[in-house]
Design a protein around this ligand. Sequence first.
Ligand SMILES: [Zn+2]
Length: 233
Amino acid sequence: MRFFKLEAPYYPTVRHADRRNPVQQAVHSRIPGVDCPVCGRWSSSDRLRLVQPRAEFGEVRFLSLAEWRAQRPEWAHRLGVSEEALTPGAELGPPHAIRISEVVEDVVHGVPGDIWVGSRGAEAFRHAQLRGCELIPVEFDTPERESLCALVPLGSAWRVGTRERDTVQCDECGRRGFPRPEYFEIDVTRWDGSDLFIVDRNPNILFASQRMRDIAVELGLSNLEFREVGPTR
Ligand SMILES: [Zn+2]
């Protein structure tokens, strides 16, 4: 079994990075963030791409921990998701983008964990019926010639040696972290078999199966690299 971390290629300067990823993200709808007595104000980077965004959620605001917890059941009910799926500051609905200039690459990198593919890649991934990989169209503020779809990971795995409680950084509010940030060995026994997945509940890094990587390499998708992580054979 081989696994790969999805990465942007090396850019020598910020200008190179901006030219190859000429979009800016705009978030219009979020679950409120939380004001924890221990950690202060924080928002997660979680994205609930498959829910219908609802205008009443709006942009960034923060609630006390007690108020946040009191409202969570009602939010979950309105959005049609489980309470556990809702984390402070989670983004709701499809990604929004503002175009800076023409997209010429097959792949565009937004904020960490948000990777968008053009029609060539999206068609190939859809055709392959990859497991755990949803493709959600990016909504632009201006009409686009080239469409982009966000790669939405539905799969999950854990790294070797991480227990769920190791990722909890605050017992008061349940804020999670990603200890050992450069360690990526995947525990095959705790991988759900998805072709696209995140590890240890961290939404900021995407991982792919060999199947997904081979499709992308065969197509020669530009502006995307697959770094092999363990376990290696
Ligand atoms: Zn806290």
